[in-house]
Structure formats: C-alpha cells, structure tokens
Design a protein around this ligand. Structure first.
Ligand code: A4P
Ligand code: MG
Length: 172
C-alpha cells in the first residue's frame, strides 16, 4: 500500500457496553497500528447520555475523536474499522442500540462520499456534540457541512451536555 494519496481523516469512537474506557483505549491502539495509517491526534474522552430512538434505557456513552493520516481508500478504511468493531464484540441489533464499539468515519480529507455503505461527512455529525466537542478539541479551526464554524454547530446543540472524563492512556 504505497500508491494511495495521503489523506487526513477523522474517526469518531463510541462505546456504552463492556468497559467502555477499555474499549476506546483498545480501539485507539488498533487504529494506530492499521496498515498505511498513522495516528496524529487524540481528543480527550467525553461522557454523555445516550441518544436513543426509543424509551429503552441505555448506559451513558464514552466518545472520542482521532485524527489519522492514511493511504487507505475510504472503503478500505471502513472495512478495517468494521473489522475492529467485530473483533471487539460488536453485535448489531437495532439502529442506535447499545454497543461495545462504534467507529464512524467523520471526515475523509475534504471529500464528499455517498455510496450505499458510506456517507462522508458523517450524516449526523453536525447534530451531535459528542462528536463536535472532541473534534473541536483537536481541530478548532475545522469547518464542516457548508463551511460553518464548529463552534456555531456546538452552540446549536447547546442542550446536549458532555463531561470530559479523562485522556487516553499514554496520550501524547
Ligand atoms: N455507514 C455509512 N456512513 C458511514 C460512516 N461515515 N462511517 C454505514 C461509518 N459507517 C458508515 O452503521 C450502519 C452502517 O452505516 C454501516 O454498515 C456502514 O456501512 P452501524 O455502526 O452498523 O449502525 P448504527 O451505529 O446502529 O447506526 P448509525 O446510524 O451509524 O448510528 P450512529 O449514528 O453511529 O449512532 N449516544 C451517545 N451519547 N453517544 C454515541 O456515540 N451513538 C449512537 C449510534 C446512538 N446514540 C449515541 C451514540
Ligand atoms: Mg456507526
């Protein structure tokens, strides 16, 4: 894998089952070890209430964002991330259901991708402070969805409360 362009990419991590902190730390190490990929930055880890589609109670989530540089194509990266989700015991039950590990491609360079398996920028990211706050922490100048400043998007979701929990293990 040395022919691909090098692309800066942001990955969202989420977990609300089976020791979420360990899930995120393990996922970060595995992402850092992906072929043709280099981990550039890690946000802190944030806790928030679960967004749900029904009234069934769910544990709080831990979320974080990583910035990587990769020569993988977006689909190759998605394949690799889904393999990591499976390795960490992810069972897909229902949409927005509880999960050991959710890995979403938030941004892949400045590309817009719309194929059946992949929509980038991630279709919900501007509505979710559990994505926007960690993203802002590592890239405060970033603009997404129609060139809107990230601070503005965060303010639009001001009813969503997040708590910064801690750093990743060994975060530089
Ligand atoms: N897919 C399309 N675009 C992407 C992308 N940019 N990145 C496809 C990753 N995958 C993408 O995802 C379903 C399919 O989306 C994949 O097969 C892939 O081909 P999934 O992860 O299997 O299903 P899901 O996670 O149940 O659905 P979805 O819509 O991805 O859910 P979300 O948006 O990830 O939401 N509350 C808090 N506080 N924190 C959370 O992290 N997460 C969710 C899940 C709900 N509530 C939450 C949180
Ligand atoms: Mg997902």
């Amino acid at each position: 894998m040395n022919a691909g362009l090098i692309v800066d990419c942001y990955i969202g991590l989420g977990s609300n089952q089976a020791e979420p902190l360990q899930q995120l730390n393990m996922a970060r190490e595995k992402i850092a070890a992906l072929r043709a990929t280099r981990l550039l930055q890690s946000s802190s880890i944030y806790q928030s209430e679960a967004f749900t589609l029904d009234d069934e109670p769910q544990n709080d989530y831990l979320n974080a964002v990583l910035k990587v540089q990769t020569q993988l194509s977006a689909i190759q990266l998605l394949d690799a991330l889904q393999q990591l989700e499976n390795e960490q015991g992810r069972i897909r039950e229902k949409r927005w259901g509880a999960r050991t590990l959710d890995l979403d491609i938030l941004l892949y360079g400045d590309q817009k991708i719309n194929v059946p398996r992949l929509t980038v920028p991630h279709i919900e990211m501007q509505n979710r402070n559990f994505v926007l706050l960690p993203l802002q922490e590592i890239s405060p100048q970033i603009k997404i969805s129609g060139n809107v400043a990230i601070q503005q998007l965060i303010e639009n979701n001001r009813n969503q409360v997040l708590q910064k929990v801690k750093e990743f293990n060994g975060t530089a």
